[in-house]
Design a protein around this ligand. Sequence first.
Ligand code: SF4
Ligand code: FES
Length: 380
Amino acid sequence: MTEPVSPVASPARPWALLAELTHACPLHCPYCSNPLELARRSSELTAEQWADVLRQAGEFGIVHTHLSGGEPLLRDDLEHIVAAAGTAGLYTQLVTSGTGLDEARLAALTGAGLRSVQLSVQHAESRANDRIAGRPTSFAAKERAAALVRAAGLPLGLNVVLHRDNLDAVDALIDLGVAWGVDRIELANTQFYGWGLLNRAALLPTREQLDRARETVARRRAELAGDVDLVWVVPDYFDGVAKPCMGGWGAVSLTVAPDGTALPCPAAASLPDLDPPNVRDHSLAWIWERSPAFGRYRGTDWMTGPCGSCPRREEDFGGCRCQAFALTGDAARTDPACALSPDHALVRELADGGRTEAPPYVYRRPGAAPVPAPARTAPT
Ligand code: SF4
Ligand code: FES
């Protein structure tokens, strides 16, 4: 598909594509950032459609694609999609729970050109892992998957979403990563979108838990001294500092959802008036350079309130639009995570509030979520 795009005033091109191949998943993690309304399998792009998206991505200058979900291994045609990404000149990373990865499948994927794997783990202890994942034996599957990936000689990263029920196990999680031979451990404090927002009361840690975990990470970084890359994704509810979400809206990467919806970030489907484009209807170049959805919060011109005149606005881009919407009902407001936001009390109260007994998880399953209440609309 070719649509006219003027090079004049075009934004810098993206370098990464998050390809959400399916929302189907054998795990049911309560912190999942996928939308509450999960895309149906019948609505998914075909392998041919993904091949076209990936070809366009390569031509557009994108260099890296994360093949994600849900669980991308549930796509029988994943090998074709990996091969198409390779043909397009993209570096491919499989983002997986490890469930369903056996030697033959990994051989097929590496044969198709897969370059690296990121494996999720929920806890260092198998029973706790399986409780959080909502699936028995999932820890054993991860352990097997890690061994297979290392034996295949692929770079392996571990991704751990941190929350109240595993922050006290950070030391053990780092030990686990070292024992599994990983190159990188991403310790990502839960971002409260989608199912994570729905389960926030169950997942929100205490400030003391975070302080202990932060100290542990600093100590282990010094001990591991570059052998394993330890990444700490900040808990923005607690720090008073807005995160530079996605490196800026429409700045460095884009997401394509299973049904072809193109989004500036994985959670942007939650913004009710965004009207995101679809790769079935438009070229990636048009989507990036011309679509109103990608231009909506790009740069700094749209900013109002404290961001409009803030010296940090080119560094954190006013924080996260999806979080601003989720907490205030207005995606254009300053992210309440920022201490300068007039809405900061919304997150401070949550961060400093006493913890009562955690409610049970609402596990991520199609149809399991109640209809979300409308977000609170902030006063102007
Ligand atoms: Fe960032 Fe806006 Fe806060 Fe300034 S006011 S630090 S730009 S979120
Ligand atoms: Fe959407 Fe931050 S998650 S802008």
